[in-house]
Design a protein around this ligand. Sequence first.
Ligand code: ZN
Length: 322
Amino acid sequence: MADEIKKSLYRIVVPLPNSPLKDLNSYVIKGEDRNLIIDTGFNRSVCFEAMQKGLAELDIDLNKTDFMLTHMHSDHTGLVPRLASETSKVYFSRIDAKVFDKDVSWQPLIDFAEVNGFPAGELQKALASHPGLKYSPEEIPVFTLLDDGDVIECGPYRLQCVATPGHTQGHICLYEEDKKILFSGDHILFDITPHIESWAYDTNSLADYMASLDKVYHLPVNLVLPGHRNFLGDLKSRIDELKIHHHERADEVLDVLGRETLNAYEIAARMTWDIDCETWEDFPIAQKWFATGEAIAHLRYLEGEGRIARNTDKKIITFRAK
Ligand SMILES: [Zn+2]
């Protein structure tokens, strides 16, 4: 079902079954010559049907439609090859596009998880049930690559790209200055907290995320349109909440660490998680994967702040408080 947000601007709610995100907001701008669709849903038939239904209601001709994907995650990118026509441009972050290079292997990620204490036997299972793999685009479209400051025009909308690394390294928000609208992707969500993870110690994704929150804080914005759930929130107060949340999470990591020396997987197992499982052992493997990635992001952040030390002498990387 499609709902009208403003003149020429609509939202299609795309269900994401079995995902804690529940659904994805696909935004549709109807232009006179061409239309623009921002984010698409998983490469799953239930998502495809919802998009087809919504687009039919809006009378959208896919032969006159371009796409913009806020970041690489499959719930945003998965459907684009099935929806795009031969004339469609697919706008996408230059940085996140690297993930779709054919030569990119999962091996460094597997090795990295292993040196952070993730049990080797569970790794393959984690990858097999990872929605990033299961529902990713079946073929990689030709992208029109975006950098910070680039502008996409569609109908009465002039959308400026705001590079907002953190949720992913190449995440891009779109800012409509005259209408004071921010399409925030997964950079800012209201009902849930954007997932910040790290799978390499040379990136400090939580520090990047905090800086990206600052980057959009002072934009004059009346309407924030996020990638998931409701859009009835205020930009500045939500950013304040998100920053407090991550500082509290970082403090929790310090508490868990105490006087001990632990690896990231052990720390993740002792943190609190908003999931319907009694014990860490009961967590679905994909959730353990997400949790460990989130723990690593907070550990790397604390390390950057000089509050903990990372020990890389042994096969498994460990941390201790300073
Ligand atoms: Zn995402």
